[in-house]
Design a binder for this molecule. Structure first.
Ligand code: ZN
Length: 166
């Protein structure tokens, strides 16, 4: 278990130091700011959805290692996914972080949208597992979920006001 923990730490640090999709999408159809007052994490999420598919997703911001790594991993997981698949991943990711007895449920095998690529979704969820360690640290859960709160608002087109984890 400690070896696994060490590996997870390494992945998180890598995404913190070299965040993926860390850029501005000029004229992004959807753009939302998010804030986690508990830690001071700030994010701006850019989303381009066309015909129900996430064509492009990127972020900017300043935050702790967990919030930055989570946003980076999220953008990697969601690029090219259908909106329904993104919503499913969001739900499963939340379960992964908050429910200690959810290991089996974490596999996205039911409620799948039509035409969803199960293997691909399970692979993405597996990569997000590196963040599961925050379960032990309730304050850190908000760091890990900030980008996902922003994603939800962006998918719902509810972007007039900044989202807050509080
Ligand atoms: Zn944080």
């Amino acid at each position: 278990m400690s070896e696994l923990r060490a590996l997870y730490q390494e992945v998180i640090l890598d995404h913190y130091k070299h965040p993926r999709n860390f850029r501005v999408i000029e004229n992004a159809p959807r753009r939302i700011d998010g804030y986690n007052p508990l830690c001071g994490d700030k994010i701006t999420l850019f989303l381009d959805v066309e015909n129900g598919v996430i064509e492009d997703i990127a972020f900017q911001g300043v935050g702790c290692a967990i919030s930055t790594a989570s946003a980076s991993l999220m953008t990697e997981a969601l690029k090219g996914k259908r909106v329904e698949e993104a919503e499913l991943l969001l739900e499963r990711f939340h379960t992964l972080l908050t429910d200690h007895d959810s290991r089996q449920q974490a596999a996205p095998t039911d409620d799948l949208p039509e035409g969803a690529d199960v293997a691909s979704l399970e692979g993405e969820l597996g990569k997000l597992e590196v963040l599961s360690g925050v379960r032990e640290y309730p304050v850190r859960i908000k760091c890990a979920t900030l980008a996902w709160h922003a994603l939800k608002a962006a998918l719902d087109n509810d972007t007039a006001e900044a989202v807050s984890t509080e």
